[in-house]
Design a protein around this ligand. Structure first.
Ligand code: CDP
Ligand code: MG
Length: 137
């Protein structure tokens, strides 16, 4: 059993896709173990994307994550980390396979709707960062 972090980015919330994205997660038989709508603070977002600190898009992606409400979700299930990454699709929606969230619902890399943890280490770090209070179940 694994638990992974999913963020629905500001564009996904603004486009009223919270339900659609969560529906797909639950339809895969993954369980929502934590869920909240928040305004992310800059420090949390910068820590979240720390691996990208030197990349040219770092400031833009951090500004974007802070630009409106986001959903933070802890998702649990067998092989949840890989299952969710596969469901999200490629980082650039233009490369994302139809049937994936990005491949079906997004068009630009700047607004690719979701974040999900890339591996076990990232999942543990990101869940501690976004759910310091822990999860409900
Ligand atoms: O989100 P994912 O793990 O698929 O991609 P990433 O390589 O960890 O990049 C984090 C986020 O930065 C992406 O989801 C994009 O929103 C953004 N990004 C960007 O704006 N331009 C790039 N060339 C690469 C990433
Ligand atoms: Mg990533």
């Amino acid at each position: 059993m694994e638990t992974t972090l999913v963020l629905i980015k500001p564009g996904g919330v603004a486009r009223n896709l919270i339900g659609e994205i969560t529906r797909r997660v639950e339809a895969r038989d993954l369980t929502v173990a934590g869920l909240k709508l928040i305004l992310a603070d800059r420090a949390t977002v910068e820590e979240h994307y720390a691996e990208h600190r030197e990349r040219p898009f770092f400031a833009d992606v951090c500004n974007y994550l802070c630009s409106g409400p986001i959903v933070a979700m802890a998702v649990r299930g067998t092989n949840a980390i890989r299952a969710i990454r596969t469901m999200m699709g490629a980082t650039n929606p233009l490369d994302a396979t139809p049937g994936t969230i990005r491949g079906d619902l997004a068009l630009s890399i700047e607004d690719n709707l979701t974040h999900s943890s890339s591996d076990e280490e990232a999942a543990a770090r990101e869940l501690a960062l976004w759910f310091p209070e822990g999860m409900v179940s």
